[in-house]
Design a protein around this ligand. Structure first.
Ligand SMILES: Nc1ncnc2c1ncn2[C@@H]1O[C@H](COP(=O)(O)OP(=O)(O)OP(=O)(O)O)[C@@H](O)[C@H]1O
Ligand SMILES: [Mg+2]
Length: 616
């Protein structure tokens, strides 16, 4: 079986892992780092940047730099229109959330942006492993709904990854832990990352490597980004009080404030106060104004108090019907569990000290890699995960009739028989939704399909069997069958806010085009470096030889260097290529002459001359 890579596609950071010689290994990216910022940017010349290099230029190119797009995955614009980002989010013709890239005059779907990150990690893995990789496991927040899961799978498909499984992040973290600790009992995984929050209760049995998820809950739009936003709002408000200047509409300033806010937040995890200092944030009457504020840990905690409240509800959900005293371990996962009050909150709720049994940044990818080992045929993990939301169909009066309740072990399949609502009804529309609210309209509608050709009969007589199946990746399939005629129809829910196969195919093609453009961009950089080097070397040679050689040989080289330096300044691809070839021609003439002259001197003569020189 070929190698399977495991990818934790995070809101802020992503990680890739593979089993090498039977050992799970975190694969460093091409900059040598184990974590890669989930960021994509486009430069003026259309070059695409991914990871650290994209993040690094975020302040200067904020409208064309995209991060935290995991929060947009599988969403309509309407659902996420409150998201605060440095780039513009809008609705496409289907009402789905897409981002605007002004430099390219083009829109990107969150799936495409994610595919750029996945593609980058795939390439890093291939370079590291020295082989082509196509199979992958990708992790998602346990609380991701159907649309978000399918969107993640599609992102993999766009960059040529065959996504074998989409598994829940907290479950993956538990697999990493189980492999480290080999002990039994109830474990609570508390995972707060950059954009999502998950809490999952599992029962571990080390004898047979069995992992039973008992309950899972969370919030797919709650994380460190929201902490940053609270600090940003506070900074803007304080600065306005002090200087009278409103920075909330100043895009460049906002990006610098966002950066400073995150830095302050991180400092406050280990210090009780942080100084936020941004020089030249704006100007008043042509005079520069600096931003300088102190934020204490207690003030930060009060700023995020409503977010801390939001963490409590999913924890309570998961603890429902559980004897808390049986929980032997709280596993902290995700960068935001470095915030002391976030940890204190869960410790107070459970009455157990939180453990650092796993690496908060790497555990999710490492655990997914343990499952990859089993799928590769070299491991023995038995995993029983659950659905974190209920699935049902709409019945008369718009009622959400649940067939698969939340926390059902997956894979699962549930059937029920329904009937028609009016006399002579020849078709039924099956509306599938996910969520816990009693009315379908208040839940997330996943899709609708029609079963037609039902023989006319009085209402309540036809028997229509509806079967909902949820696979190992938490993805739903629905079948409906008229038991009278045997007529059936089925669909795999691709979600209401997901891409069609045609759209995915188009994006795959585009991704291939980008790969070509990336290659060209890389070649351009190499050409430029080569030309710079050539200019510098030939300048030195001309300087050394100017009194020894005829000017008809030196001058053309110097002229070609001037042209080349001009082309480099203009950053023009064609001019650079042309200048390089001219400089090479002029340099060859000079080098040949130099070579001829060296050849005309015998080696013996050189040695003798040196000896004479020494004696002098
Ligand atoms: N020392 C720290 N104190 C507070 N927050 C921190 C610290 N270090 C990192 N973070 C925050 O952790 C978040 C990133 O965590 P992580 O890398 O686990 O997220 P992710 O896996 O990308 O996101 P998600 O799992 O939500 O998709 C960021 O918001 C970052 O600011
Ligand atoms: Mg994470």
């Amino acid at each position: 079986m070929s190698k399977i890579i495991a990818i934790d596609l995070g809101t802020s950071n992503s990680v890739v892992c593979a089993n090498i010689g039977g050992v799970r290994t975190v694969i460093p990216n091409d900059l040598g780092s184990n974590t890669t910022p989930s960021a994509v940017a486009f430069k003026k010349d259309g070059e695409k940047l991914v990871g650290q290099v994209a993040k690094r230029q975020q302040i200067t190119n904020f409208k064309n730099t995209f991060s935290s797009f995991k929060r947009l995955m599988g969403h309509t614009f309407e659902e996420i229109k409150d998201e605060k980002t440095s780039y513009t989010i809008k609705a496409n013709e289907k009402g789905l959330a897409v981002v605007e890239c002004p430099i390219l005059d083009k829109d990107f779907t969150p799936e495409q942006l994610s595919s750029f990150v996945l593609g980058y990690l795939k390439k890093c893995a291939e370079d590291y492993l020295g082989e082509t990789v196509t199979d992958a496991i990708i992790t998602v927040p346990a609380y991701f709904n159907q649309d978000q899961r399918v969107a993640t799978k599609n992102a993999g498909a766009i960059c040529g990854l065959n996504v074998l499984r989409v598994i829940n992040e907290p479950t993956a973290a538990a697999l990493a832990y189980g492999n480290n600790s080999k002990s039994d009992g109830l474990v609570l995984v508390y995972d707060l990352g950059g954009g999502t929050f998950d809490v999952t209760l599992l029962e571990l049995s080390s004898d047979d490597d069995f992992y039973q998820v008992l309950a899972s809950s969370g919030d797919s739009r709650l994380g460190g980004d929201d902490f940053d936003q609270k600090i940003m709002d506070w900074i803007i408000q304080e600065f306005k009080k002090e200087s009278g200047v409103d920075l909330s509409k100043d895009g460049a300033a906002l990006q610098r404030i966002r950066d400073a806010a995150e830095k302050a937040k991180c400092e406050l995890s280990s210090q009780v106060s942080s100084n936020i200092n941004i020089p030249f944030i704006t100007s008043v009457d042509n005079q520069p104004v600096h931003l300088n504020l102190d934020l204490s840990r207690s003030k930060f905690e009060s700023l995020i108090s409503d977010l801390l409240e939001r963490i409590k509800k999913p924890v309570e959900d998961v603890l429902n019907n559980t004897d808390k005293s049986k929980i032997k371990e709280i596993l902290l996962v995700g960068g935001s569990t470095r915030v002391p009050c976030v940890v204190k909150l869960i410790e107070d709720m459970i009455g157990v000290s939180a453990s650092k049994g796993v690496n908060v940044d790497l555990a999710v990818a490492e655990g997914a890699c343990e499952l990859a080992k089993t799928l590769e045929g070299n491991g023995s993990i038995l995993l029983a995960d659950v659905t974190s939301l209920s699935f049902g169909i709409e019945t008369n009066g718009g009622i959400h009739h649940i067939l698969v309740p939340k926390n059902s072990t997956i894979p699962t399949s549930r059937k029920e028989v329904f009937s028609t609502a009016v006399d002579g009804q020849e078709s039924v529309d099956i509306v599938i939704a996910t969520g816990e609210r009693p009315l379908t309209k208040d839940n997330k509608i996943l899709g609708t399909f029609r079963l037609s050709g039902i023989p006319q009969a009085k209402r309540g007589v036809p028997q229509i069997e509806v079967e909902l199946s949820v696979n190992n990746s938490g993805i739903l399939e629905v079948k409906a069958k008229d038991l009278g005629t045997g007529k059936s129809n089925s669909i795999t829910i691709s979600g209401s806010s997901n891409l069609t196969q045609d759209e995915i195919d188009k994006m795959v093609k585009e991704a291939e085009e980008y790969a070509e453009a990336d290659k060209e961009a890389k070649q351009f950089i190499l050409d430029k470096n080569e030309l710079e080097m050539l200019c510098s070397n030939m300048k030195t040679t001309c300087e050394e030889q100017k009194d020894k050689q005829d000017s008809s040989l030196i001058d053309p080289v110097l002229e070609a260097i001037t042209v080349a330096e001009e082309a480099l300044k203009e950053n023009d691809k064609d001019k650079i290529a042309d200048a390089k070839s001219k400089l090479l021609t002029a340099s060859h003439a000079l080098s040949s002459k130099l070579y001829e002259q060296t050849q005309s001197v015998s080696p013996e003569e050189v040695i003798e001359a040196e000896m004479v020189d020494e004696q002098n």
